[in-house]
Design a binder for this molecule. Structure first.
Ligand code: FE
Ligand code: CA
Length: 454
């Protein structure tokens, strides 16, 4: 019974589920974190302060009759007992299943899929989500997204919200209380916040259903921060420490390829899907400087990537509303691309056509035409929307073609001949069991939007 003499046996440690991400044609990252007690006042995850061996297996089938690869990883206390396994040697464009075992316990099974090889014309199905505030309701949209079994899920930011529980929550809005009444500022607080979110079964189902590509926006660190400016009067050096803690916790809870080192956490990256789509994941948050949205290094990377891309669709995946907007009453948002018009113009000038921008952040669903491409804005998974008058905005902005005020996600299908998007919506998030409906559907035709559902 006491295999490890003198050490207490660890209780079931896979309480946060499993996940995979960063699909390459020959491999993926497998993720889990050992946390027998997800939120713990002194020990992260309720784990002992020692390393633990974790065995992983990759199989052809969900029943693990044909195990193709297996190995051992070490979960270390310094990284909150998270595990990031870099699997290689897999076949391109292929579905696989994986699981972990540690201390006599076996994890749930996850499904993943590698990216197609560079010359493939295989279509790709992408789920797109953002803004999942735990307190604001149930992640039913993620349960429906899991059931769609996309090839990959793109999370465009606000995976957690750093806020503490408010003293006087708005009635009907604070559905699932948090333990903590204080804003996350320390590594321990961010870790506990991710752990609380990741106990959610619908979030676990979405991670177990497909590989993810994730990008933090502001709330993974602090509301509306910009570059090294926290916006609350604290010094840039104190804020940098906080941002590093936040990004470390982000890495510990997601299937990322690149570990943060010192002050350096790079999230912008290129993820090709054969000849069909070049996904450019763009960080419009941490390199901001004055009127510069992306920082010179990232902008140079992005514009040269766009110029040299031969893929059928050039897809920019990023957090913030990209198209220009006029508002009926208030001035244009400065925490969106409207606050950085020269940066936006330089990005648009780098691509002749077939550009698709995917974005989130605003907690409502929109679609826009950009001239040489289109933009699809996903709604929030749960986060409460602002009081936006959608029809007034559509009337004032003829290039905006669609608004929906429900929570939900996007289901994108890209092929050599078509780019289509379905806006999936759930009618409520304040209780479980919401059905999913299609709020709208579009096809991209010569850089314009065509309705497919009317
Ligand atoms: Fe948000
Ligand atoms: Ca945001």
């Amino acid at each position: 019974m006491h295999e490890y003499s003198g050490m207490a046996k660890i209780q079931f440690p896979f309480t946060l589920g499993v996940g995979s991400g960063e699909p390459y044609p020959d491999g993926v990252i497998l993720w889990t974190r050992l946390a027998p007690e997800p939120v713990h006042p002194t020990k992260p995850g309720g784990m002992p302060n020692r390393s633990v061996s974790v065995r992983w297996e990759v199989a052809e089938d969900a029943a693990f009759r044909t195990v193709l690869q297996a190995g051992t990883a070490t979960a270390q206390p310094d990284w909150a007992h998270s595990v990031h396994v870099r699997v290689t040697g897999l076949r391109a464009g292929t579905e696989y299943f994986y699981r972990f075992t540690a201390e006599g316990h076996t994890s749930p099974v996850g499904r993943t899929k590698t990216a197609p090889d560079p010359l493939s014309e295989q279509p790709v199905r992408i789920g797109v989500i953002s803004c999942q505030r735990y307190e604001h309701g149930y992640f039913t949209a993620l349960k429906h997204l899991a059931a769609e079994r996309p090839d990959v899920i793109l999370h465009l930011g606000d995976y957690i919200y750093e806020y503490g529980k408010p003293a006087n929550p708005a009635p009907g809005r604070y559905i699932r209380p948090l333990e903590s009444t204080t804003e996350c500022k320390t590594l321990g607080a961010y870790r506990d916040r991710y752990a609380r979110y990741k106990t959610d079964k619908d979030l676990q189902a979405a991670h177990a259903a497909a590989p993810w590509l994730t990008l933090p926006d502001d709330h993974e660190v602090k509301d509306n921060y910009a570059g090294l400016l926290p916006g609350d009067g604290s010094s840039p050096s104190a804020f940098l420490k906080r941002r590093n803690a936040a990004f470390k916790a982000y890495y510990e809870h997601l299937p990322l390829r690149v570990k943060p080192v010192g002050n350096n956490s790079q999230f912008y990256r290129w993820r090709p899907y054969g000849k069909v789509a070049d996904l450019m994941i763009v960080d419009a948050r941490q390199y901001r400087d004055g009127r510069d949205m992306l920082g010179p290094t990232q902008e140079q990377w992005l514009t040269s990537r766009l110029r040299s891309s031969t893929a059928r669709w050039k897809v920019i995946a990023q957090a913030l509303f990209f198209a220009p907007r006029k508002f009926p009453l208030e001035p244009a948002s400065s925490d969106a691309w409207d606050g950085f018009p020269q940066s936006r113009a330089r990005v648009l000038a780098a691509v002749p056509g077939d550009l698709v921008v995917l974005s989130g952040d605003v907690h409502n669903a929109w679609a826009a035409e950009l001239g040489n491409g289109v933009e699809f804005v996903t709604s929030s998974v749960t986060s409460h929307p602002p009081g936006t008058d959608g029809s007034a905005m559509l009337a004032l902005n003829p290039h905006l073609k669609f608004f929906d005020g429900r929570r939900g996600y996007l289901l994108v299908t890209a092929s050599m001949t078509e780019f289509t998007v379905d806006y999936r919506a759930v009618p409520y998030v304040d209780r479980t069991g919401a059905p999913v409906v299609t709020a709208g559907g579009f096809r991209v035709q010569d850089n314009k939007l065509q309705r497919t559902d009317l």
